[in-house]
Design a protein around this ligand. Structure first.
Ligand SMILES: Nc1ncnc2c1ncn2[C@@H]1O[C@H](COP(=O)(O)OP(=O)(O)O)[C@@H](O)[C@H]1O
Ligand SMILES: [Mg+2]
Length: 367
């Protein structure tokens, strides 16, 4: 008869390629039942967007397949996103597991486009996602979603996010009248608006909140880094951006503030020829890769230049919805999976750090 210890031993041989740890010690095996050689359990992945979920599932089946005495094996696969930020110190946004700030050195690199399409790509994997347009001076998300003003309401002193196919969206652009005035607002007022959008919003159970930051290193990115614990910053660059070194400034600021950098995505990276399908790196090749090497931060994807992205944004129809099979949508999906994987890695690292901080040095050793 097969014992639970044998099952766990086999399962311990399966390693999550991102987290580099075995699935048993990561707590990914749940509800295990073993009766008379009938085995049943749930495999709980760390994100529905895990790039290796098929691989892990296959490895589990192979490992269990080696237990020849088993009569039946029934596995359910689910995903529960790990908390990539410390929630103890921060009860005000306890319903948000991960906050990802999207930053760039300068404007026009496609930060809003990338934020929005990544949010939709994450959502399409089954995750619960919110999008906060923190570009208070130039909110663009409502237009890109074809949503007019007046979608956000206040209930019990809390902002209710607007909804776009289940995506929870908050933007200063929904307050059409005030947003015209934004240019005259100064630092403290702008910071106050962002704080309210973060903390005084009724975000309901989000796996990922994407925050589209304004370009550069001004008050808003600083406020985000200092108001609440966040999972990390995603840096968007273009090939030209790399040449002019502007992305580097933004990365350096967040590093100084001790905010983790999730990685870098290169937008408008290449052009895919519609007739021959070849990739043309018209602005030069390997820029984001260089930044990734220089700062030792992960390179998470490259988004092609595509006129459909621009016209879709102008018409309020994001490419993830209108052309989910296009090369651009596929590129967003790949980047989203890599980002989710990095969030799980950061979450695991944080949990390890918390555990080692909790273990007092004078705890008697058991062996
Ligand atoms: N990959 C892309 N291909 C084609 N056009 C793009 C792409 N990414 C962004 N754009 C266009 O570039 C312009 C600037 O993008 P936007 O997301 O507003 O930049 P940012 O938020 O960094 O200022 C927009 O017109 C947008 O539609
Ligand atoms: Mg923008």
């Amino acid at each position: 008869m097969v014992g639970v210890d044998q099952v766990l031993e086999k399962l311990s041989t399966v390693i999550d390629p991102d987290l580099k740890k075995d699935i048993v010690s990561m707590g990914m095996i749940k509800d295990l039942e073993l009766n008379d050689n009938n085995l049943k359990f749930t495999l709980e992945l760390t994100t529905p967007a895990c790039p290796f979920n098929v691989e892990i599932e296959d490895d589990v089946r192979k490992a269990i397949g080696e237990l020849k005495e088993l009569k039946n094996f029934d596995m359910k696969v689910t995903a529960k996103v790990m908390e990539g930020r410390s929630l103890d110190a921060d009860t005000s946004m306890a319903t948000v597991k991960n906050i990802i700030g999207v930053a760039s050195g300068k404007g026009g690199v496609g930060k809003s486009t990338v934020s929005l399409n990544l949010a939709l790509a994450l959502q399409q994997t089954g995750a619960k996602v919110g999008l906060l347009d923190a570009d208070i001076y130039g909110p663009s998300i409502p237009l890109m979603l074809g949503m007019k003003s007046g979608h956000m309401e206040v209930e019990d002193n809390k902002l209710q996010p607007a909804k776009y196919n289940g995506l929870q969206v908050v933007s200063f652009g929904f307050f059409a009248e005030q947003s015209h005035q934004a240019a005259i607002y100064r630092g403290p007022i702008i910071s106050g608006i962002l704080k309210q959008f973060l903390v005084d919003t009724n975000w309901s159970d989000l796996d990922y909140l994407i925050v589209d930051l304004p370009p550069g290193t001004g008050d808003i990115p600083l406020t985000l880094a200092q108001t609440i614990p966040i999972t990390g910053i995603l840096v968007v660059t273009t090939p030209q951006d790399v040449a002019s070194n502007v992305a580097v400034k933004a990365i350096s600021m967040f590093e100084k503030l001790n905010v983790p950098i999730i990685g870098v995505v290169e937008n408008m990276s290449h052009f895919i020829c519609p007739s021959c399908n070849d990739k043309h790196y018209i602005f030069g090749d390997g820029g984001a890769q260089k930044i990734s090497e220089q700062f030792k931060i992960p390179f998470l994807g490259e988004i092609p230049l595509n006129s459909g992205i621009m016209s879709g944004s102008d018409l309020g129809k994001p490419i993830m919805i209108t052309s989910p099979d296009s090369p651009s949508a596929i590129a967003f999906r790949t980047s989203a999976k890599n980002i989710a994987a990095q969030c799980s890695i950061l979450a695991a690292k944080m949990q390890d750090e918390m555990k080692s901080a909790e273990t007092p040095e004078d705890t008697p050793k058991t062996n």
